[in-house]
Design a protein around this ligand. Structure first.
Ligand code: EPU
Length: 418
């Protein structure tokens, strides 16, 4: 298993480029199952979760051609409308193929995802949404089987709570359902908007993506299209936190500042100076001391749960007590215990973490427990005295493209030990 070795204390300086959004690329790849024609997606980040999704598409019978960041998928015929356990167990987002397969083939068989480090993560909302479109669903032998032999029928769906991939799954089912579907309490994440943009290019009729009510008028078939995935807002936020914690002068390029409103506001509150040298770049510097800031994670446009761990690492270097409240996942503080091993003063109280700073971090051996927790350990390692050794970096490889190479390019002393 690979590790990262980081020598902390070097201010990050220069420009660092972001990749395409993993969480946008995943549903976009799943959407390729909706048409027999070729779909070409650009700015697909070559990270492990994407490779897993590509294997899923191939398992279903699609041809996948990868040319750098351009990926062309053609699902001329779907041979196996299913997502087997060995792929689903490594990536929960595999459930994103449930909607498209049910819509295209009238049946789908998807392994039920198990637990995950950050919480229970059920897919009951995906299932009941599909039932509202007329699918019959059974669970047996660890698989969910959806059947709609006469095709799906549009309907009214009101999600009990906001779900990002649940909204995406339903959207992909509704575009080929007969009649109109109205999705209430839909997720408003930029990744949902990006998926809708792709589906519209493929011929879908969708209104309201980016708001909490999405209306879809089903069409008989979709066609091929070309689409460029949005920049990764979580990778952007991760780099901004890294620049700030090292008190560097870092410009993140190729990003979409509008997708990071709540996060940028909290960085400012913490004393980070933020400039936008261009429409697609954000520059961070820290002119004085960092100050504590409280954060409550929320659905978009609130503060993203996927940036909570990275912000916690930053707050270990801020004066005062920061209260971080996690409302989306019940167990997303695994990084706190590892940060404490590096000298952070953090107390956990249910869904709240109290971070008292500023503390001096010292390099230690730590273990990455999930994707964003690993990112927070990298950020902490960049600010710590001495060497930090991060074990199980396969978690970070799931969602960050060559993070060590990118960070080394702006001065970080980080290397991969294979
Ligand atoms: N939930 C249910 N039932 C469902 C679906 C969700 O109870 O059927 C609950 C979840 O347990 C959670 C809440 O609803 O408590 C919200 O979960 P959501 O469904 O929105 O999460 P997701 O779609 O599984 C996506 C991202 C996550 C990100 C969350 C929240 C992808 C592939 N994943 O997950 O990204 O944290 O939205 O924004 O888009 C990551 O990239 O590290 C990551 C975990």
């Amino acid at each position: 298993m690979d590790k990262f070795a980081i020598q902390g204390g070097v201010p990050l300086e220069g420009e660092i480029a972001v990749s395409g959004a993993k969480n946008s690329a995943l549903p976009a790849l799943a959407a390729c199952l909706l048409t027999s024609e070729a779909v070409t997606l650009d700015r697909i980040p070559p990270v492990r979760d994407i490779a897993t999704m590509e294997r899923l598409l191939e398992h279903a019978g699609a041809r996948v051609v990868v040319d750098g960041e351009r990926v062309t998928v053609q699902a001329a015929v779907i041979e196996h409308p299913e997502a087997p356990y060995d792929l689903v167990k490594t990536m929960r987002a595999s459930s994103l193929v449930l909607g498209p397969l049910a819509a295209r083939c009238g049946r789908a068989r998807v392994s039920v995802p198990g637990g995950c480090a950050i919480g229970a993560r059920p897919i009951n909302l995906h299932v009941s949404a599909l039932e509202s479109l007329g699918a019959t669903i059974h669970q047996e032998h660890g698989y969910i089987e959806a059947r709609a032999p006469q095709g799906l029928k549009g309907g009214e769906v009101r999600f009990d709570r906001i779900t990002v991939t649940g909204t995406e799954d339903l959207l992909m089912a509704a575009v080929l359902a007969s009649g109109e579907t109205v999705i209430h309490n839909a997720a408003r994440e930029p990744e949902v908007v990006d998926l809708a943009a792709l589906l519209i290019k493929m011929g879908a009729r969708i209104e309201g993506a980016g708001t909490s009510v999405i209306r879809v008028t089903g069409v008989e078939r979709l066609r091929g299209a070309e689409h460029r995935i949005i920049p990764d807002r979580i990778e952007t936020g991760t780099f901004l936190a890294a620049g700030a914690i090292t008190r560097g002068d870092l410009t993140v390029t190729g990003c979409e500042p509008e997708h990071l409103g709540a996060f940028l506001a909290k960085l400012r509150e913490a004393g980070v100076e933020i400039a936008k040298p261009s429409a697609t770049a954000i520059r961070v510097r820290v002119p004085g001391k960092l100050q504590s800031a409280d954060v409550t994670t929320e659905e978009h446009p609130g503060f993203a749960t996927d940036l909570q761990a990275q912000f916690m690492a930053l707050m270990t270097q801020a004066e005062g007590i920061s209260i971080l409240t996690e409302t989306i996942f019940e167990n997303r503080f695994m990084h706190a215990l590892e940060l404490a091993r590096m000298g952070a003063n953090i107390r956990l109280d249910g869904r709240r973490a109290l971070v008292a700073g500023a503390t001096t971090l010292s390099g230690a051996e730590v273990i990455a427990s999930d994707l964003r927790a690993s990112a927070s350990l990298v950020i902490a390692g960049l600010a710590a005295h001495g060497e930090t050794l991060i074990d199980r970096v396969y978690h970070i490889d799931r969602g960050y493209e060559k993070i060590e190479t990118k960070l080394a390019g702006v001065g970080a002393r980080i290397r991969r030990i294979s």
